[in-house]
Ligand binder design. Structure first.
Ligand code: F3S
Length: 62
């Protein structure tokens, strides 16, 4: 599983980081930073939690 966070769609709601702080990081302005590479099995539920939490649907899992 990989994750794309669309920077043009992210509006800084920070709900991804609230739902799964072990996976999502925010920049100084409060926007989600990219999550690079393959998401390990033990973090895939966190990735789904973050995806569901984003009201802008900026997070896509592949
Ligand atoms: Fe951005 Fe959505 Fe997270 S708007 S900060 S990706 S909750």
């Amino acid at each position: 599983m990989k994750m794309t966070i669309d920077p043009a769609t992210c509006s800084g709601h920070a709900r991804c980081a609230a739902a799964a702080p072990e996976l999502f990081r925010l920049d100084d302005a409060g926007y989600a930073l990219p999550v690079e590479g393959e998401i390990p099995a033990e973090r895939q539920e966190a990735a789904r939690d973050g995806e569901r939490a984003c009201p802008e649907r900026a997070i896509t899992l592949h």
